[in-house]
Design a protein around this ligand. Structure first.
Ligand code: UD1
Length: 449
């Protein structure tokens, strides 16, 4: 396989996002836009170089976190896409194979599109432009072809009226044979409407050198560039649409697909049913035969086979649920392990807990895991029964098969098979109720005078 280097341009200012956060760090499907691009390029087997702007430490940090072996180049002045590529000279100078130039703000670009470009280069093309047909081509560079070959890309501002009628636009992704890039990149000038060094001018220079330039066409939705909040929402909507299709094709029932929101890394098994209005944050793995009822919010959690969750459950913070766990309405689980077959049916907070198998957590059970300074653990064994409305004050341990009485505040460990009462003893006063009523009536009458 020919070696591949991807140069990802991320030096744009992103002013149209109107944000303190750099444009390429805004998330789509819970992952920064630039990380989507890095991920796709990496999956295509490419080495990576990223061109960042001045004061882009946050972008640099995010990029190296995702791809530690990335080559970072800095573009101190934003003089155009060709100038940006030039900053990565140290990376492309010695690149043995093909070079792909990508934009950091197109998160939905797929590995398949890269593969299409590489195939053409392998088949003898010197450059390959990824084109698309947006509903409104205004603002994009137009791909000018002759007999199926690309002969120029004309930026909108520099295009004639006739050229502006062309529907095929440049996505920004261009593949080069390494030697072709090296031969043209330094010859690109800046005599155009914007006074910038346009990478797109590489096409005409290469044509003059007698090179062959192909194009491949990709789905316009895949090539959406996130440069304002409207495009960000568009990218998110498309991401969700693709992900919903992927999970349904893999054997998941979505009762109302458009109301279920996934993250880039959501993993779901077969025969899982998801009811409407469910949101998956990053880090969720769901095994087979799970049912997730309406209005659940789940992130950073593993859910075991055959479990049933919700409605209105919240699971987060590294929660691990075994097989056949049931969490019912208004149950929150944070950073807890819950053993197979355990049930928490109603109105509970289980935080920093380790709960064994086949334990019943009564309605209203709260783990009191935080004293304002420290977080402490609640450990509950197998086959235990926590009576309703219990406060389990951590650190505390409740043994296997133990019972806690309803309404208890449990502050001390409960041994295996013990019954713990942590509430005031009930006192019955026989025949006292009528006297109480008489007293109350007398009080009312006195007030009425
Ligand atoms: C570019 C293309 C245009 C294409 C369009 C698709 C050129 C000259 N034009 O135009 O043909 O239809 O994208 O969206 O390439 N960047 C830098 N440094 C710079 C300039 C840009 O890193 O000096 C990066 C930006 O961060 C961005 C990308 O390059 O990721 C594109 O820049 P932008 O200015 O948005 O290009 P367009 O004018 O949209």
């Amino acid at each position: 396989m020919t070696e591949l280097l991807s140069i990802i341009l991320a030096a744009g200012e992103g002013t149209r996002m109107k944000s303190a956060l750099p444009k390429v760090l805004h998330p789509v499907g819970g992952l920064p836009v630039v990380s989507h691009v890095l991920r796709a390029a990496k999956a295509a087997g490419s080495r990576l170089a990223v061109v960042v702007g001045p004061n882009h430490e946050a972008v640099e940090a995010a990029v190296t976190r995702w791809a530690p072996d990335v080559h970072i180049a800095r573009q101190e002045q934003r003089l155009g896409t060709a100038h940006a590529v030039l900053q990565a000279k140290a990376a492309y100078e010695a690149a043995p194979g093909h070079v792909l130039v990508l934009f950091a703000d197109t998160p939905l670009v797929t590995q398949q599109t890269f593969a299409g470009v590489v195939d053409r280069l392998d088949a003898g093309a010197d450059m390959v432009v990824v084109g698309f047909r947006p509903t409104d081509p205004t603002g994009y560079g137009r791909v000018i072809t002759d007999n199926g070959r690309v002969i120029a890309i004309r930026e909108h501002r520099d295009a004639t009226e006739a050229e502006r009628q062309i529907g095929l636009c440049n996505s920004g992704i261009i593949g080069f044979r390494g030697e072709v890039l090296r031969a043209v990149i330094e010859r690109i000038g800046n005599s155009n409407a914007k006074g910038e060094y346009y990478l797109t001018d590489a096409v005409e220079l290469a044509v003059r050198d007698g090179k062959r330039i192909d194009y491949v066409e990709a789905d316009a939705r895949e090539l959406v560039g996130v440069d304002n909040r409207v495009k960000l929402a568009e990218a998110e909507a498309t991401f969700q649409e693709f992900k919903r299709r992927e999970v349904m094709e893999a054997g998941v029932t979505l009762r109302d697909p458009s109301s279920v929101w996934f993250s880039w890394d959501t993993e779901i098994g077969r025969d899982v049913t998801i009811f409407p209005n469910v949101v998956f944050g990053p880090g969720v793995k769901i095994a087979d035969n799970v049912e997730i009822r309406a209005f659940c919010d789940i992130e950073d959690a593993v859910i075991g086979e055959g479990s049933s969750i919700g409605p209105f459950a919240r699971i987060r913070g590294g929660a691990e649920l075994g097989a056949e766990v049931h969490l019912g309405n208004f149950v929150e689980v944070k950073k807890s392990k819950i053993g197979a077959g355990t049930k928490a049916g109603h109105l509970s907070y289980l935080g920093d807990a380790e709960i064994g198998a086949k334990t019943n957590i009564g309605a209203g059970t709260i783990t009191c895991n935080y004293d304002g300074v420290n977080k402490d653990k609640t450990i509950i064994g197998d086959n235990a029964f926590i009576g309703s409305n219990a406060s389990l004050v951590a650190p505390v341990r409740i043994g296997n098969g133990a019972y806690t009485a309803s309404g208890s505040v449990i502050t001390e460990d409960v041994p295996d098979d013990a019954l713990a009462f942590g509430r005031a003893q009930q006192v019955n006063k026989p025949g006292y109720a009528p006297k109480l009523r008489e007293k109350a009536l007398a009080k009312k009458a006195a007030k009425g005078k």
